[in-house]
Design a protein around this ligand. Sequence first.
Ligand code: ADP
Ligand code: ASP
Ligand code: MG
Length: 404
Amino acid sequence: MKVIVQKFGGTSVATSQMRERVLHHIQSALTEDYQVVVVVSAMGRKGEPYATDTLLGLTKGEQLKNLSSREQDLLLSCGEIISASVLSSLLTHHGIENIVLTGGQAGIITNNQHSNAQIVSLNPKRLQEELKQGRVVIVAGFQGQTADGEITTLGRGGSDTTATALGVALQAEYVDIFTDVEGVLTADPRIVEEATSLEMVTYTEMCNLAFQGAKVVHPRAVEIAMQTNVPIRVRSTLSDGIGTLVVSRPERVGLAEISDRLITGITQMPNVTQIRIPADHLDQHLDVFRKMASNGISVDFISVTPSSIAYTVSDPLGELAKSLLIEMGLEPELYPSCAKVSVVGAGIAGVPGVMAKILEALTEEDVKVLQSADSHTTIWVLVPGDDMVKAIRALHRKFELHKY
Ligand code: ADP
Ligand code: ASP
Ligand code: MG
């Protein structure tokens, strides 16, 4: 029998009204003769009682702030277990036989990197047995278990990863990621009102968008699906539309025209600090990056010239980086609260004029570019944080992404 994995994010399971919609999607899949695996996130967002952020907030108090990452994972894993159990009671009430499994019970084995564990293997035996019994299997997302039986979590947004990993292991026909938007959009709808939903994107485009800040699907989830070409559909819980299809190559689904698309979308990563250092010895260049590495500071957007170095760090690490550089006798200049805005596309490589168009859009809006870089799929610009929204909207307009 064909299998479908349906993942419901935090807002999709937050209220009884929303859970009625979840029920509707599960019933539709059963009507279409699918064996159904449901993956759920913790209920709601920040501020709501059982949301991940709320549970995380419990550890910030004086007594709790020293909670180890092992224990923190135990705490956080409860959010998804609560959500799965609540949904279970709804399904049972409607006569749908079901069982709830934790990540570990579903066969998800991870490494022991608490709070950001990676899946190392997945044994779907128990899941397959339950499906064979005619049950809907509800799996608590975002969690796994080490080979020694320790509970781990998969990093923020990790329920998507649970879903695609299960989809791959069960050779599912689709992994449906149900969320609060119609699909993958040309920009974050909270910033660009006229952002449009894309009918289809390739895994590569989706990975690029996700890595550059489009939080709608976790990039690791996409990488996993890509391994065996399990199609992902990003869909709205509130509607019956099929959303955005994420597959390997457009030709496969008869959408060849998509490959002609120059730009897929605009994304953003706010809250970064740019560091500029005048440095004219090669040794200095090397020392700077060694120093950052040995202090666990991850650097991004690196630009090295014979007379200077520029790079970014996340805002909270700015001051630490500055003091280390001053200790080394350097004179760093810091520009905090910047935003990395990315123009992501599949077809940018070798196309003349893209950068000119980006600068045109930004200049028209008086947005200063602090730094830029490019790859064959993406052009990044670093802008002052206060100008981020203006920059994204201007780029969206300039590339006419609302017309997709
Ligand atoms: P869930 O709780 O369902 O996992 P997330 O909050 O993780 O939902 O992801 C959905 C959110 O991602 C949307 O509400 C939207 O604001 C945001 N988002 C950011 N960029 C994009 C984009 N390019 N396309 C769609 N949604 C995006
Ligand atoms: N509940 C977890 C989080 O908020 C996992 C998820 O929603 O995917 O990050
Ligand atoms: Mg999410």
